[in-house]
Design a protein around this ligand. Sequence first.
Ligand code: NAD
Length: 420
Amino acid sequence: MSDSTVYKNVLKQLDNAAEVLNLDKQVKELLQEPMRTLTVSIPVKKDDGSIHVYKGFRCQHNDVLGPTKGGIRFHPQVCEDEVKALAAWMTFKCSLVGIPYGGAKGGVLVNPKELSRNELERLSRGFIQAISPIIGPDKDIPAPDVYTDAQVMSWFMDEFSKIKGVNTPGLVTGKPVVLGGSFGRHSATARGVMYTVREAAKAIDLNLNGATVAVQGYGNAGSFSAKFLSELGCKIVAANDSKGGVYCEDGIDAVKLAKHKKETSSVTDFDNCQELTNEELLTLDVDILVPAALENQITKDNADKIRARMIAEAANGPTTPEADEILFKKNIMIIPDILANAGGVTVSYFEWVQNLANYYWSKEEVDKKLEQIMVEAFEKVYNTHQELNVNMRVSAFIVAINRLTEAMEARGWVYHEDKC
Ligand code: NAD
């Protein structure tokens, strides 16, 4: 769950990679703190006529590689520390997969489940008004995250276009296709998870046909991961969400479960399933665990009880640095978040390119390009992990930091006497 330690986790992950790399002090300093964080107050008229003021943030971590990019989360536990951490992970993620973006993230402290649709629209429009001075297609490009979706992106885009007086589809990604969204964006994060699981399974000699899977968090990233992993032959045996979890030894139909969640707003009470707690789900004896909810789920307190052979981090920051060490010793293959879930930002990049060019691609083209990027990124991370005998997270950070360092040197943000 989000708490004030999330940014410390990022710093520790950076430290771990910096130590192996003997990283230049100036580069490290530039990566340790975000460029800027804007805090905003958003007055929203409720349906009963009263005004409620919501607090929100937009953090831009580093833009050495290009305009910053990152989702916006509507969640009651959003805080500045969490937004900073999520923005930093975006910097490393975009660098790792080789797309020309820096990292950003935003969030509003709100429980959107308590708002009517009209209130949610006013909040979405109010948030974009508040952060409009620092965003734009060439500056910083928002996207969906926890409890925001294509509808919220449509309001963001519409509001920004009205403020600027120019139709600006490239302001956000994750829009519906009718407003310039990309085919394949909705499920891109999970498709990327599936490609990396497929490659990791080859690396550790895990047969995916019949491999068992538990999914924590059955939202966008989690439910589509379950669907795509089923298509590879895996057996989904457990899934949960904020209201509870379900288990079925014989396997769960991922698509039917998603439909059930849509209809009832939870995975609970699904046909032929037993209930299970969050802790039980995380420690199930399965081949693959897919955390797809929030940060700090696998910690030093439960890491030694994890029995999965592979963890594919669809969520950002689900594993703490202490837990990483324990899992590495247990020889569990972790596909770290900045690699596993990078399919989302990659197809967001494709969406933005299509918006700027005003020329649109087929779904087949999007999926093919995504697969190529994800497979290449996996290979780089896996080879570095093998060559340096470091865990997969350190290795992913090393690949990302090398590209960031090169860009900082080229721009003259860091100075090396020997290179003059
Ligand atoms: P979402 O809102 O679609 O789904 C989140 C799900 O998590 C919901 O089903 C919710 O009920 C569940 N959940 C919340 N608290 C939980 C808890 N304590 N235990 C179990 N389940 C819980 O959000 P999403 O977009 O799928 O994002 C999920 C994670 O994936 C986040 O970490 C997000 O940053 C990451 N991510 C998302 C994308 C994307 O494109 N959507 C891209 C990269 C990373």
